[in-house]
Design a protein around this ligand. Structure first.
Ligand code: 8YV
Length: 327
């Protein structure tokens, strides 16, 4: 019988990552396209020392109780709202995420989505593809400017700061932010951003970008009241988690043009998308791809793999989320 630890890779990953893990562990993989149900996931985690998850597999008290051999779960995502961190800590299971390696790529995408939204790129391409472009018109897909406008960032962690730098230094934007805690003066200066109240953020920004972590307190934190504070010309971009925005309130506001447009990379029930959103023209919709460049996804997967290797061989993870007394 093998003495090597056993791990499950709970979603298909690049072959290079599987190979790296096979150097250290007995590895059970998940075929491409397969998403385990809760019961199937528990069944596969049983008898494993470690699991590599994406941001979608729920790790909760029920799974932990059914899998007493489990020692570490490494999330291939910076967000970890799929983890019940308290339950993991109580069970002595190490939790890790994949921060830093995706920061700049995700900020690039945040900006791309902001620009596509403000400049109506998707909407105008659909119009062209549908053969509807038959004449030039002064106001044809006239949108909102990015340069010189005010960028409001809700959540000022690493990705928020990287978006701020792009706005302030690349596009000459006035950048305002709101966060649980204020950045120190050096960080504020580096990203050219100033701290404002939540209300001022929504009322003063021409473009609001959401990059805060999804916690129970953040559920629907952007709803009818926040949208009502926004300018009718403003845009809203969400690259954080779908549950942060009350999608029904957003759909109503977009329909009634109470704000100009929205760009959404994340959805409350993803991969299901609220069918109402699909009927609104002034929203750009992308399938949770903000970190999706090949080098970055490879770096995220390798960091998750390195967390499994480091923790199961030395007891010290590379990017730990909790401190545990090992099982
Ligand atoms: C992940 C993300 O690709 O890192 C995150 O938190 O939202 C994305 O970068 C996604 O969660 C799948 O793991």
């Amino acid at each position: 019988m093998s003495q090597r630890p056993a791990i499950l890779i709970a979603r298909a990953v690049f072959p290079e990552v599987v190979e790296r893990l096979r150097e250290h562990f007995e590895v059970e993989t998940t075929p491409p396209g397969v998403v385990w149900s809760t019961a199937e996931l528990i069944e596969r985690v049983q008898g494993k020392d470690g699991v590599l998850t994406t941001g979608s597999e729920r790790i909760d008290a029920a799974l932990l109780a059914a899998c007493p051999q489990l020692k570490i779960v490494a999330n291939l995502a910076v967000g970890y709202n799929n983890f019940d961190l308290d339950a993991m800590t109580a069970a002595g299971v190490q939790a890790t995420n994949a921060p830093d390696v995706l920061t700049e790529t995700t900020a690039d995408f945040g900006f791309a989505l902001l620009m596509a939204t403000a400049r109506r790129i998707s909407e105008s391409e659909h119009f062209l593809r549908a053969g509807k472009w038959n004449q030039w018109a002064l106001d044809l897909f006239a949108g909102a400017d990015i340069h010189g406008s005010t960028l409001g960032i809700l959540g000022m962690g690493r990705i928020g700061q990287a978006i701020a730098r792009r706005g302030a230094h690349g596009f000459g934007m006035r950048v305002i932010y709101h966060n649980r805690s204020r950045l120190d003066a050096g960080k504020e200066a580096a990203c050219g951003a100033s701290c404002v109240s939540r209300e001022d953020l929504f009322s003063q920004a021409d473009h609001v970008v959401l990059v805060l972590p999804y916690t129970p307190a953040a559920h629907h934190t952007v709803g009818a009241a926040e949208i009502a504070l926004m300018k009718p010309t403003a845009t809203l971009v969400n690259i954080a988690r779908g549950g942060i925005v009350d999608e029904n309130a957003l759909v109503a506001a977009l329909r009634e043009k109470r704000i100009a447009a929205a760009g959404l990379d994340v959805f409350e029930g993803e991969p299901q998308v609220n069918p109402e959103l699909l009927t609104v023209p002034n929203v750009v919709l992308t399938p949770h791809i903000a970190s999706a460049t090949l080098p970055t996804r490879m770096a995220m997967a390798m960091l998750a793999a390195d967390n499994l290797i480091a923790y199961l061989s030395t007891g010290q993870a590379k990017t730990p989320l909790n401190r545990v007394a090992p099982r």
